[in-house]
Write a protein that binds this ligand. Structure first.
Ligand SMILES: [Zn+2]
Length: 358
């Protein structure tokens, strides 16, 4: 899920929203402001209902964010690289690179989100109770109580044992711990996502005969089926690549280019002769990154390619393909043996290797 808007960083974690989050926002703000609140608290100024709906919807999104930030921050403490947190149609996602190193780490990461939701639910519930006791039982108390309830619901919904929900991760950690085989655990857990996803979809169709929320259930079910299928596919790929070092699939001793070369020389002399799409750029002994045909084509003929060099991630020749998989599906990597550049590997090399490998 891509960020449509970047909101900045919270606790060092990049936070963004996908435009589809608007659907949740409108559903909550409208449901409360135009329906629930006017029915429950009659005779108030319409502006008060609208404001109540809007502010509660904002607070709801903030509590979704708190849930995902908990995952992200605990993941980072457990050694994962956190790419960011995004709010979207079905709530939030925290994206990491790689996987938890142990079942224990996975339990901590997966458990932290529901824990925060439950805690928020309890604190907000106590707040709503306090407002009622002190006689301030009005629209504000109603909104706080709604937020409390929805956070408790979120906590319990997320621990449903189906991949890729938090509950599915907890099951995964348990199976992994018991069997010692991460791949097998992932394939098993993916089945839970598949089963629960279909159950939710069927129930959703049935419910949608009477109520709008049936559609929501269909959407959640469909998401579980697709996402758990993807996870199973990734696990199988990783199992095939396990133990294979990156030097087996890299292009060895790649042809390098100097920064002083012009775009025209690159396009009309280098490209036709070598037929690769990306070249390491080396000035003296320093490897500065990668230049790509796609990028250079947009430059003026006289531009020095050193000015448009792109950064490239580095890895060692003995690094395991399975470990590098998340990075390698997105970007090209420069392969080093100590300080020496020995190869380059692109997402296309990976695709070809997967076709070739048993
Ligand atoms: Zn979660």
């Amino acid at each position: 899920m891509n960020d449509t808007f970047r909101l900045g960083r919270i606790g060092g974690v990049r936070v963004g929203v996908n435009w589809t989050v608007l659907v949740i926002f409108i559903l909550v703000a409208y449901g409360l402001g135009a329906e629930r609140l006017p029915q429950a608290y009659k005779g108030l100024n319409p502006v008060v209902y609208a404001l109540g709906g809007l502010l509660t919807a904002v607070a709801f999104l903030a509590s979704l964010l708190a849930h995902e930030l908990a995952h992200a921050i605990v993941a980072r403490r457990n050694g994962l690289t956190v790419e960011g947190v995004t709010l979207w149609l079905l709530g939030g996602v925290a994206r990491f690179e790689g996987e938890p190193a142990s079942p224990g780490a996975e339990v901590r990461i997966a458990g932290s989100g529901p824990m925060v939701s439950l805690l928020l639910g309890l604190v907000l519930g106590a707040g709503a109770g306090l407002l009622l006791v002190t006689g301030m039982d009005g629209l504000v108390a109603g909104c706080v109580a709604w937020l409390a309830a929805i956070n408790v619901v979120l906590a319990f919904f997320n621990v449903i044992p189906a991949a890729p929900l938090d509950g599915g991760r907890l099951v995964h950690a348990l199976l992994w711990r018991l069997s010692g085989d991460r791949t097998k655990a992932t394939l098993r857990t993916a089945q839970t996502g598949h089963g629960v996803g279909w159950a939710a979809t069927v129930a959703g169709f049935y419910l949608s005969l009477w109520t709008f929320s049936g559609l929501w259930l269909i959407l959640v079910g469909w998401f579980l089926i697709v996402a758990s299928g993807l996870e199973a596919g990734q696990a199988r790929t990783r199992a095939r690549l396990d133990g294979i070092p990156i030097r087996r699939i890299m292009t060895p001793d790649p042809f390098t280019v100097p920064g002083s070369m012009t775009a025209a020389e690159f396009l009309h002399e280098m490209l036709p002769r070598h037929r690769h799409t990306a070249y390491p750029l080396v000035d003296g002994d320093v490897v500065r990154g990668v230049v790509t045909a796609a990028r250079i084509r947009d430059e003026d003929a006289g531009t020095r390619i050193g000015a448009v060099v792109e950064e490239a991630e580095r890895t060692s020749a003995e690094a395991s393909l399975a470990e590098l998989l998340p990075r390698l599906t997105k970007e090209r990597l420069l392969v080093f043996d100590g300080d020496r550049l020995v190869g380059i590997v692109t997402p296309r090399d990976l695709t070809r290797a997967l076709e070739r490998l048993p």
